[in-house]
Design a protein. Structure first.
Ligand code: COA
Length: 388
């Protein structure tokens, strides 16, 4: 009995933005970007929302064909048959994103509504670029608990959709050449089913490390903590604080209305950076070590040798990170899925999109064993080992 992967899909906006296009915005060139990252182009949303991308990827995983501006492709395991799966049969939707269309309702709620997944419980999960492995791990845990003995004490979860969707172009500083070259928009989805087959997810590994120096941030507060402390107060003090708060809120509303984020500081009027900020070299060092550890740990937990893994599907942040990991693990680079050249870094979506590519390219077949790896802001890292 286990949690098997029975479908996956990816979606991307139609606009292709090349390195040469970006060289018109910032002081960079195609050769530098290709050599340092492996990226040749990325997809950028124009009118497409995160919901549009997420729904298209989910539909591809379910085998639902629709026409629309978002290009999509998918894979479904043979026993699913040709007919599309009814979204109302889905029990759980987890959406991983750092660029949702809204904070409330959740991205997952917007997807649920558009898909017509009327019986699904849904919520968002933020583990930055590790989202895919955290989402899969949480879904697998919920399914295992729901299908264990005394399952009547929990929501039933036989089918789950795990979706990573990002419109990062909205949170990228297009004047910063050290970050804007790296990111793209897109979505990936996996359909999980609880089944009697002894296949599916065989081990998971999650790990957090404090990002004490703020090496990778988005929307981070700079300066004083904006939350006021609330000590126990006398009624007079409470009244006076209420009056002060009303003033503060009125001032905040005024400054929002007159808002003009100062391009010099990159901060909005309340001191929050609306953009991804990164110390590239520090993140590179963290990521390179994290991929190696995550692959080794997932294999050790499943009792499988690293040599027996057919394909490693890592988060696509930089081809050099993947090549470093291959060397350290003593594996040929062909044993790693490389999709970064055409998609760039799509954060929580990237490994899910790369998995769909691997299946489309025939690099992964029924019965094969694979490890998905994530790493990113938090700092987060992790892996999921599964047999298809
Ligand atoms: N085009 C041209 N030159 C650039 C550039 C660009 N887009 N970005 C930086 N440079 C310059 C720097 O200013 C620096 O110039 P200097 O030597 O005159 O000071 C030089 O190139 C080298 O910069 P450096 O930061 O050392 O490059 P790097 O080899 O570390 O590559 C990254 C930069 C961002 C590609 C790399 O550090 C990286 O990929 N880090 C990890 C990022 C990541 O994975 N993030 C997401 C995690 S989920």
């Amino acid at each position: 009995m286990g949690c098997t992967i029975v479908g996956c899909g990816k979606a991307a906006p139609s606009l292709v933005v090349t390195n040469d296009d970006i060289a018109h915005l910032v002081d960079t060139d195609n050769e530098w970007i290709v050599q340092r990252t492996g990226i040749r182009c990325r997809r950028i949303a124009q009118g497409e929302s995160t919901t549009d991308l997420a729904v298209a990827a989910a539909e591809a995983a379910l085998g639902i064909e629709t026409d629309g501006p978002v290009g999509k492709s998918g894979w479904r395991c043979a026993h699913q048959g040709a007919a599309p799966l009814d979204p109302s049969s889905i029990d759980l939707i987890i959406c991983m994103t750092i660029s949702p269309d809204a904070t409330m309702p959740s991205q997952a709620a917007l997807v649920r509504q558009r898909l017509g997944a009327t019986d699904a419980v849904c919520f968002d999960l933020n583990a930055a670029c590790s989202g895919c492995v955290y989402g899969l791990s949480v879904a697998e845990s919920m399914m295992a608990a729901a299908n264990a003995t005394r399952s009547c004490t929990r929501n039933p979860v036989k089918r789950a959709l795990v979706i990573g969707a990002e419109r990062l172009s909205r949170v990228v500083d297009w004047t910063d050449r050290t970050t804007c070259i790296l990111f793209g928009d897109g979505a990936g989805a996996i359909l999980l089913e609880w089944s009697d087959a002894p296949l599916g997810i065989l081990s998971t590994f999650l790990k957090n490390t404090d990002d004490t120096d703020g090496h990778l941030t988005l929307g981070a507060a700079h300066g004083a903590n904006p939350s006021p402390p609330f000590p126990i107060e006398t009624p007079e003090a409470r009244l006076s604080r209420a009056a002060r708060q009303t003033d503060v809120l009125a001032d905040a509303a005024d400054s929002r209305r007159n808002a003009s984020a100062t391009p010099e500081s990159g901060l909005d009027p309340e001191g929050f950076s609306p953009y991804i900020a990164m110390n590239g070299q520090a993140v590179f060092r963290f990521a390179a070590a994290a991929v190696v550890e995550a692959v080794e740990e997932a294999c050790a937990r499943a009792g499988v040798s690293v040599d027996d893994i057919d394909l490693i599907v890592p988060h696509q942040a930089n081809e050099r990170i993947i090549r470093y990991a291959a060397k350290k693990l003593g594996l040929p680079i062909e044993r790693f899925q490389l999709s970064i050249n055409a998609s760039a870094n799509t954060s929580a979506a990237s490994a899910l999109m790369a998995l769909t590519d691997a299946l489309a390219q025939g690099k992964l077949r029924a019965g094969d064993t694979a490890v998905m790896v994530g790493f990113g802001g938090g700092l987060t890292a992790g892996s999921v080992l599964f047999q298809l």
